[in-house]
Design a protein around this ligand. Sequence first.
Ligand code: DON
Length: 352
Amino acid sequence: MFKVGFRCGALLIAVYLPCIGICAAPAHGQANKSPVAPNTARVEAAVREAYEKYRNDTNGKNADYIPYLAQVDSKLFGVAVVTTDNQVFEIGDVKYSFSIQSISKVYTLALAMEELGHDRVFERIGSEPTGRAFNSVTAVVEMPTHTGNAFVNAGAIATTSLISGKNEDEKWNKILDFYSKVAGEKLVLIDEVYKSEAATNAGNKALSMLLAKYERIYADPFESVDIYTKQCSVGVNATQLARMGAVLADNGKNPATGEQVIKVEDVPFILSTMTMAGLYDSSGAWAWHVGLPAKSGVGGGIVAIVPGKGAIAVFAPRLDDAGNSVKAQEVIEYVADKLAFNLFSPSSVGLK
Ligand code: DON
């Protein structure tokens, strides 16, 4: 038995049934309906099959370099899909709030582009895959840009340092408010995660000082690491994460609130960076096998975007060696394959 939510607009009726929940009612009318919105029954079937197929997989292990993450229940498993016409599919532990971790980097990049424009962000951060681990020091030393891209730790800390504000609190609150707008509801910091990570983030502090040496960090290095650590400690559940993904699928508009939260022109920059670096040094394998822009976090979440159609978010804490949730990758690959979502395949736009 698992929890099922039938979600329509703001109303959630929770019951316990061995099936998944669907809401077929778009929040903002048929005028918003994407011409490529996916078929409800097919999405439901694919998500259910994937959930059943992988629910007992015990491969991988929780991240443990952040002590809090090591003690999260490894059996937790939730899958949520939010479509551009605001249908919501949920199965499993979709209400458990886990730390967003590196998935936050997607939305800080969006906010930085909102404030500075995409050209200046590109010039200050860059968008090259590093081919190395997400916390690599070597990449900072060896890459011509030093920052690499906005999704490795060094580039992400530098991106956070671009966010303006009178002081640390103002910058942090601006980031949290922006994430909440994207999620369509108030998000909060998981204080225990923040404390656990702040006590063990010497590596990120070292990266920030190295960036300072190369003049590739744009505010006080340790202040930037602290704000970055807070952004990684924001709690989201699978449904909130799927909605944050659906915003990118819907050209920057939140399909639940109707609010344009990310500029239309910035969306391709975000999705291309997700394709090249969203799963770190296994992003190439991911593009090969799945063909969808996605972003992972060591908290166990992955969100994948199907432009024009929606987003799928999976939470399962056990990670592979690159730091990506094993079950989340399996489920997303299964669903993408079943529904011909691979963007590099002309079949994704209906070519037979
Ligand atoms: O800075 C860190 O190491 C973590 N706060 C985030 C890393 C992360 O999520 C990488 N993910 N796959």
